[in-house]
Design a protein around this ligand. Structure first.
Ligand code: DP6
Length: 353
């Protein structure tokens, strides 16, 4: 009896140009394009094993060893159904000898090698690993951009985790979403010098989820309309160019400006959403001061902060500054008893290629 099983993994990505807002909530089509850096091979990954077997009762999912409900018509069910459809269309209908895996229930088991509660984007790596694992199981003749169309329907930001390095999610214009996928702007090997320092300010579960928060922003924020029409398109072009030219000064300034504007549209939402706390803001102040001194000396900034839908800081910086920044952060945010639970340095990450 043949065994049909595949294991793959996918890393977390951290956006420099933030995705915030959907024009179609079912297909997960965004109101603006976005761009991220995928973190490296060994840290912050989801690893997923999927197995198809005619003796299984139904599709079943375990996250970190605990069974999770696959809701009918939900995001998980949509991704699985889409992958089964492609298996039938692209493999079984073309080759009569191919096993009819699309008719077998599938068992999926996924683990994160980082605490899910750490407030880091586990849905991005999780859905990317799930889609790539089932696509491998089904031997789908699809490239990463084609698979990103499916991962996108699990969680928008997941589409970017199918690539390493520097990745754009093109928003697309089609109402059916076939042109809303991820592409690689440059592999990690193009600019391996950039590191991400992740500062876990709080590992509490966030108050307002990205999904509900961004929908409220779409419905109520006038600033979002300005952002998507007049700000993001230019930033996408400028940051892509900065990446291709390895221009850290421009990359960093755009990254910080976009984090600021994302949190401004969260604040412009009714009722307002606050993702950063006082420690987050103090880290911004520290990076701003660090950069002010650097600009005086060299004319260029040395670090870029960015924050997702939570208080944790990610600091991008060229490798030569990592040690100095870690020392600075530990100095200003000492790991005193009072700080122990609210501030920890998660580690430094290279980006993946
Ligand atoms: C602030 O991808 O988690 O991290 O598509 O509803 O699952 P859904 O949202 P999600 O949102 C991520 C928002 C963000 C910015 C980003 O990663 O681009």
């Amino acid at each position: 009896m043949a065994i049909y099983q595949a294991t793959t993994s996918a890393p977390v990505n951290i956006a420099c140009i933030k995705y915030w807002g959907k024009r179609d909530t079912k297909l997960i089509l965004p109101t603006n394009s976005s761009l991220s850096v995928t973190l490296d091979q060994d840290h912050l990954r989801s690893t997923t094993t999927s197995r198809a077997d005619p003796s299984f009762q139904k599709d079943t999912l375990w996250l970190n060893g605990k069974e999770e409900l696959i809701k009918d018509g939900g995001r998980m069910a949509t991704c699985i159904a889409e992958l089964k459809r492609l298996r039938k269309e692209l493999v079984e209908d073309k080759d009569p000898d191919a096993p009819k895996l699309s008719t077998f229930p599938v068992h999926i088991s996924s683990f994160n090698n980082f605490p899910t509660a750490a407030g880091l984007a586990s849905s991005a790596s999780g859905f990317a690993a799930l889609v790539s694992s089932i696509a491998t199981l089904y031997a789908l003749p699809c490239d990463a951009s084609a698979l990103s169309l499916i991962a996108r329907q699990g969680s928008g930001s997941a589409c970017r985790s199918l690539f390493g390095g520097y990745v754009a999610w093109e928003q697309g214009t089609s109402p059916t979403g076939e042109d809303s996928y991820a592409i690689q702007i440059a592999p990690q090997s193009h600019w391996p010098d950039i590191h991400a320092l992740i500062c876990v300010v709080s590992d509490d579960k966030k108050g307002t989820s990205s999904t509900s928060g961004m929908q409220r922003t779409v419905e109520t924020s006038p600033l979002l309309q300005h952002r998507i029409k007049h700000v993001v398109p230019q930033r996408m072009a400028d940051i892509s160019k900065a990446i291709l030219e390895r221009d850290f000064d421009t990359f960093a300034k755009i990254t910080m400006a976009d984090s600021n504007q994302f949190h401004a549209v969260a604040l412009d939402t009714e009722p307002p959403i606050f993702y950063m706390n006082d420690v987050s803001k103090a880290i911004i102040a520290l990076v701003v001061e660090y950069n002010r001194v650097a600009v005086l000396k060299t004319g260029k900034v040395k670090a870029a902060y960015t924050y997702d839908a939570g208080p944790n800081a990610v600091i991008y910086t060229p490798k030569e500054n990592v040690k100095e920044i870690v020392q600075m952060i530990v100095k200003y945010f000492p790991q005193r008893e009072a700080f122990k639970d609210v501030f920890g340095i998660f580690g430094t990450q290279g980006v993946q290629g």
